[in-house]
Design a protein around this ligand. Sequence first.
Ligand code: NOJ
Ligand code: CA
Length: 587
Amino acid sequence: MISDMNASDWWKQAVVYQVYPRSFRDANGDGIGDIRGVVSKIDYLAQLGVDAIWLSPFYPSELADGGYDVIDYRDVDPRLGTLGDFDDLVAAAHATGIKVIVDIVPNHTSNKHRFFQEALAAGPGSPARERYIFRPGRGEAGELPPNEWKSSFGGSAWERVDDGEWYLHLFAPEQPDLNWKHPDVRAEFERTLRFWADRGVDGFRIDVAHALAKDLDSLPLEELGRGRGADGLDPLWDRPEVHEIYRSWRRVFNEYEPARFAVAEAWVVPEHQRYYASTEELGQVFNFEFAKAGWRAEDFRRAIEEGLACAELSGSTSTWVLSNHDVPRHPSRFGLPQVAARVHHQLANDWLLRDGATYVEDRALGARRARAALLMEMGLPGSVYIYQGEELGLFEVATIPWDRLEDPQARRTAHGDAVKGRDGCRVPLPWSASDKPAPARWDETFGDGATGSFGFSAPVAGVPRTDAPSAPHLPQPLWYADFAADVQEADPSSMLSFYRRVLALRSELLAPTGDLSLTWMEPEALGAQPDQVIAFERPCADGKTLACVVNFGATDVPAPAGQLLVASGDLAPDGSIPTDTAAWFVC
Ligand code: NOJ
Ligand code: CA
């Protein structure tokens, strides 16, 4: 239990709002969200009640992977603004008490990064190539890749360059993997961390944190390609040597007062999450088991137990994530049929692959469950990460035409399965219903982009308009009108109003205690069926106890003792909690 919360512990129970900058708010009208757009919405974020924003990459990039192909880690993409704009953003956020977290992408650079350009120019055997992972090919003329490793975006993980050598890329070919055994690589990233920390950034989100250390030497590459290294471990993912890198980063974080914060994106088995979250390393790790869970009490119970156990073992706090820029939006996931699947989100990804035509997306059901899920996650001890547009109750845009997709996954296959990709959750946000575009000629269910953008590209006072006005970079469906922030602001029953209310209650009752304990309320004690509920108690501010009950079953669950504080939907006339509904009680 952590009871000595102080300024440097702000992140332990924070609500962090993820901004995917190119789709958040476009201030200059070129169709791409930008830094001034984020500045213009700081008041909105403060009113929502978030403690921090995490900005997905805004660095110069050719957008081979939505900005996760970084050309220069210490600059702002000119299409998104300038370093001066970034400084203004930090100042505006800090002025309202909001912290700023930036995304660090250390596993790979863009192929346009100076290091990679130098490596290409210098040729085989040169020191510049040592910063990446170049190898000769197999076959008589080296025409075959060094081994059979696959990229996470499908196809070979090796790409051949003009002089015949091959380089490793675990993601898109435009994202060559760095060699983390090289001192230049280490120095480059330590410099980058200090660069942003010196500019006032409060923390870092570390992309693919589990891939940096690789074994390419313990066995012949062809053998490594078939599975394990000589030490029996995976040669590419979640290797123990990676932790030494983060221990050195911790020393950098601790040069600052307060120490800078970091959270690892590490899709590793729950038992290993804790190493990344250790106080000697990054300090926190995403608990993706929660994001993977289907709408089933037992899935969430396991994810919560694993998250809490990991946090305790690492001396950190857990994180709760339902959506981010990599997964189908959760109101859609929860509105689709819930089936056991081989891999998480399989049904939702299948549905997307067929443009939303295969299964019925029951939006009323999805929204109802999303509201219940919010009460569940906001009641849990630790940090909550919310993804832009989630507070508007946005659904996945399943029908984007294939020729308008930007995600490299869409043109390839992910993990051996065909996918449509992640653009459906990255469509530019609807801020204003009245700026409604005319139906597009190519598909009248989308806006044409030219006559309106639901406020996404509307003018911002003091920001000059671009000479090249353009439609939002991904097409917006016309149904976005019903989800626009201004409509929801005026409606006390909207998802946005519900998010504001729940965040306010959380920061008033739960966050200030610093008490991370949770006591399960067993279904039987509540008069519920086994596996019907997620129900727990938490200590709250004025010595009282908060009880959170979420009903996943088919029948009502009797309300526990205490006074009703908030419910995600109407309760039954006798006060019991209906199916797919959650409520907080205090006593
Ligand atoms: C994880 C990021 O969240 C994702 O968007 C990206 O494609 C990969 N890492 C590669 O950087
Ligand atoms: Ca713009």
